[in-house]
Design a protein around this ligand. Sequence first.
Ligand SMILES: C[S@@+](CC[C@H](N)C(=O)[O-])C[C@H]1O[C@@H](n2cnc3c(N)ncnc32)[C@H](O)[C@@H]1O
Length: 229
Amino acid sequence: MKIFSANKLAVDSRYDYKQVLSRIISSYDSAVVRAYCKVRFTIININILHILALCLRGKRKVLDLGCGFGLFGLYFSMLYPDITYCGYDMDPKRIDMANKSAKRLGMHNTIFRCQDIRDLILNENFDAIMTIDLMHHLDDNSKNSLLAICANHLASDGRLIVKDVTTHPFHKLAFTWGLDVLMTRGFQMWYWNETKFNAACKKYFKRLDTFPISDWMPYPHVVYLCEKV
Ligand SMILES: C[S@@+](CC[C@H](N)C(=O)[O-])C[C@H]1O[C@@H](n2cnc3c(N)ncnc32)[C@H](O)[C@@H]1O
């Protein structure tokens, strides 16, 4: 078993994202997960990682909803060692893997918990709440409740950062739906386009910025940055 120390990542090497990602990926026990992560970071538009990192900059207390194996959470916790990061996901196996990796990497600022986001109750406020490819797994009512909960539990200068997929162009949506069916073994997804997302957010956030991400792969990615002031 390999043990890595977060402290060994000196200030400069924190910005060597390939090295940081490779350390995180090597810390997973499962060869399938390591292969999945490698593929994900080979085909994904890597600028998404950097855009999300910029959105999180300066934020100390971070909540990540639908964190999966913790790949992004571990990356941001290494990049910003001052943050306190908490990730929630409903899949106990993924949470177990994420916590084991955090331990192996010597990360003390990072915790992962098993939680169905549809039953989410928060008792504290956060400087940033992010969701990466979770929203389209939640039905419209759950999404609306989640937006209200997030708005109520963000610091006054806090941010909700949402990375998800939109509904156009159609061939990109069809490709994404196919992948989602393969990954979830279910057929029902609840994709929102920018107009729908904006309309739902308007109730809770004063400012909403929408950043479409272009990708050579047929993914219709969008990053939304929502702020209360
Ligand atoms: C596409 S994966 C994204 C994982 C992670 N954010 C990433 O980008 O690597 C979606 C994740 O959302 C989780 N998820 C879906 N519905 C959920 C729910 N109701 N509550 C909590 N997690 C959920 C799944 O278990 C899965 O890990």
